[in-house]
Design a protein around this ligand. Structure first.
Ligand SMILES: Cc1cc2nc3c(=O)[nH]c(=O)nc-3n(C[C@H](O)[C@H](O)[C@H](O)COP(=O)(O)OP(=O)(O)OC[C@H]3O[C@@H](n4cnc5c(N)ncnc54)[C@H](O)[C@@H]3O)c2cc1C
Length: 379
């Protein structure tokens, strides 16, 4: 058994975008930071891989140059429905396309360069006793820290361990992601609606095209496998049919995940500061979860720094501050996300919405603005 008791200011559970952003930020301020991540880098993740430009100033501060890593600049958005109605608008703020395989690994390297210790293990237990966190991993390593950040994503064994309410409800959503090679504009992110779901398409580094869709289990279970589901359901949308038929797969088999939940969560639980999807998840069709993860890490880092420097008097104040700032930053975005998802979940509503959006294209830009947020402060 390895017990690491010395000098851990902040222990971060989960080394995705939220965990790694806060790790780099806190290490830059000379705090001792340990990240425990159950998987090794690099690793593909189910994600649309389109990120809002709002994060660029902060990523620059963290020394992550996404365009040096090959990210594609994206400035146009196309939306189509099952009945093949389509609308195209310029994205106000815009975004970029980069794979999680590439971005997470680059951030993990940067964290290590800044002195963060990254440990590959699965956290199975976390307790808060006498103002300290006691964390145990699957291989029975033990850690004690002043602060714990929960950045363990949308669904984890720790949600069960912490008795979080959302985990008790079954979720009907599943997602499939693959990379393909073929013709697709570098500067476009497309969202193609199909019966029971929607599929995002955009370019990432190395000329790969990310194709990622989310659907519900009811729609999916009528078909014997992914390929049949795609042919029978997704191919009714002409754009999707063309993408699948005119490209070559890069992955041997697509990645899949299930039980994706959009239930409300709490940004602080059992004194753990929750970041990214662990605090709340926006519908992927808004293309905004990654920037929310990175932004929440920045908010958490600020309040934690103030607390560890003695500028915030009590842990209670730290937790209150985070809770308040998290709500002020994300509550409305999440509401808009729920609203948009509800519109596109029903075929008739989706078609009607498209008619309205075609009449008033400014409305679409307004919705995108409401989910994209303003550029973050550099530090
Ligand atoms: C289908 C789909 C499409 C999406 N498309 C987009 C998009 O185009 N644009 C966008 O901005 N967002 C998108 N998102 C959302 C985005 O993927 C997430 O919001 C983002 O990944 C959240 O980052 P995170 O750091 O919170 O979590 P993650 O990236 O999931 O990281 C959590 C980490 O915690 C680790 N972990 C979990 N449990 C433990 C444990 N017990 N011990 C140690 N480690 C643990 C995991 O291995 C993982 O690496 C999409 C989501 C889905 C489902």
């Amino acid at each position: 058994m390895n017990i690491q008791t010395s000098k851990i200011d902040v222990l971060i559970i989960g080394g995705g975008l939220a965990g790694l952003s806060s790790a780099i930020h806190l290490a830059k301020h000379k705090f001792s930071v340990v990240v425990i991540e159950k998987n090794s880098y690099p690793k593909h993740k189910v994600c649309g891989e389109y990120i809002s430009n709002e994060v660029i100033p902060y990523l620059n501060y963290l020394d992550i140059g996404v365009f040096d890593l090959g990210a594609k600049k994206i400035s146009k958005f196309e939306l189509t429905t099952t009945k093949n109605k389509q609308i195209k608008v310029n994205l106000g703020l815009g975004g970029f396309g980069i794979s999680r395989f590439c971005l997470d690994e680059a951030m993990a390297k940067k964290a290590v360069e800044n002195g963060v210790q990254i440990i590959e293990d699965n956290v199975i237990d976390i307790k808060f006793i006498n103002d300290e966190f006691f964390v145990t991993t699957k291989t029975n390593q033990k850690f004690i820290s002043k602060i714990a950040i929960g950045a363990f994503g949308k669904r984890s064994n720790l949600d069960v361990e912490l008795h979080r309410t959302f985990i008790k409800k079954k979720s009907p959503y599943l997602a499939v992601k693959t990379h393909v090679k073929g013709d697709f504009p570098d500067d476009l992110v497309a969202l193609h609606n199909f019966q029971g779901g929607y599929c995002g398409v955009s370019k990432v580094e190395d000329g790969n095209i990310n194709v990622c869709y989310i659907t519900n289990f009811e729609a999916f279970k009528k078909h014997k496998d992914i390929e049949t589901f795609q042919k029978k359901v997704l191919f009714k949308n002409n754009k999707l049919k063309a993408i699948f038929e005119n490209t070559e797969p890069v992955f041997k088999t697509p990645l899949t995940i299930s039980q994706i939940s959009f239930e409300t969560k709490q940004p602080v639980e059992n004194h753990v500061i929750m970041c990214g999807d662990t605090a709340g998840m926006i519908h992927p069709l808004c293309g905004n979860g990654m920037s929310m993860a990175i932004r929440s890490a920045q908010i958490a880092s600020h309040v934690i720094i103030a607390y560890l420097q003695g500028k915030t008097a009590t842990r209670h104040d730290l937790e209150q501050q985070y809770h308040k700032q998290w709500n002020a930053t994300f509550k409305n975005r999440l509401k808009t996300g729920h609203f948009v998802a509800a519109l596109f979940n029903k075929e008739q509503l989706a078609e009607m919405s498209m008619v309205i959006l075609n009449w008033f294209p400014g409305l679409l830009s307004h919705i995108i603005k409401r989910t994209h947020g303003k550029p973050m402060k550099a530090e």
